[in-house]
Ligand binder design. Structure first.
Ligand code: GLU
Length: 275
């Protein structure tokens, strides 16, 4: 059994990320499995080395140790290309020259939620300045953008398989990606992992917790004098892993984890942590 942390180093790790990491870790640890780390750093504009470094430090401080060497998506272009070629050989990929405005129009005209695949018949060259889309049973998601950036949904499936991940825990905000990822696994002959969703941490107004609500990174809390155990206690209480906010270690939470109720979909941060 293998779980994973898959942070995007586009900012410092915050309460929401830490909570997902904690649940991923507890889930496989309580089953006697291991956990691997993957740095999802292919958004070159937003991802920074200093954030990656800080993620390593924060996970270690919180006692959320991982197994083996981390995988960096930025190192994996060859792997993604070879899967792309496999899909091209199966005639499942086409180039698309539509811009956002055209796609919006196509959606409006056909009264459908999905892009209508207007470019399939154009047979544009796959190595041209176009986005690449996959032909699926319910639409044509982009797998590589025209600037050659890979889409999250494409690479995550390849990497989970490469890292032999059997137990995925990710934010409830990514739930809508599950069906496409499962479809892609089927095309590639990969096994299906078990998937659970971690509650989303909310700011006072009910939107997803973010920097605009205040200093919410672990680094900020540590600077204000919070210990990793105090933070873990508050996060664990927010997740209903324990009744009170008293400090605890991640290890302490493993034994009672078996009965965790995955149905909780959000947590009001301010009920558990000062913002
Ligand atoms: N990298 C994503 C994030 O930081 C998580 C992706 C996933 O868990 O599938 O939100």
């Amino acid at each position: 059994m293998t779980g994973r942390f898959a942070p995007t180093p586009s900012g410092y790790m915050h309460i929401g990320n830490a909570s997902t990491a904690l649940l991923s870790w507890l889930h496989v640890k309580s089953l006697g499995g291991k956990i691997v780390l993957r740095i999802e750093d292919i958004d070159y504009q937003r991802c920074k080395k200093k954030y990656t470094k800080s993620i390593f430090e924060d996970l270690s401080k919180m006692g959320l140790n991982w197994d083996g060497e981390p995988l960096f998506q930025s190192d994996r272009d060859e792997n993604y290309l070879s899967v792309l070629n496999f899909l091209i050989q199966k005639d499942l990929v086409f180039a698309c020259s539509c811009n956002r405005k055209m796609i919006r129009k196509s959606i409006l005209n056909k009264d459908s939620k999905y892009y209508q695949g207007a470019c399939i018949k154009k047979n544009l060259p796959l190595d041209g300045p176009y986005s690449l889309r996959l032909k699926t049973w319910k639409g044509y998601p982009v797998i590589r953008r025209s600037d050659k950036a890979w889409s999250y949904n494409f690479v995550v499936v390849i990497d989970d398989a490469s890292q032999k991940v059997t137990h995925i825990v990710r934010g409830a905000d990514l739930q809508e990606c599950d069906s496409f990822q499962e479809h892609l696994r089927g095309l590639l002959g990969y096994e299906s992992p078990s998937i659970h969703h971690a509650p989303i941490w909310l700011g006072p107004g009910g939107q997803k917790l973010s920097k605009k609500h205040g200093p919410i990174s672990l680094k900020d809390y540590f600077q204000k004098g919070w210990s990793p155990e105090a933070l873990l206690g508050a996060i664990a209480a927010g997740l209903n892993l324990k009744k009170d906010k008293s400090p605890c270690s991640a290890n302490y939470l493993i034994n009672s984890f078996g009965s965790y109720d995955w149905n909780k979909s959000s947590v009001y941060s301010s009920d558990f942590l000062p913002l």
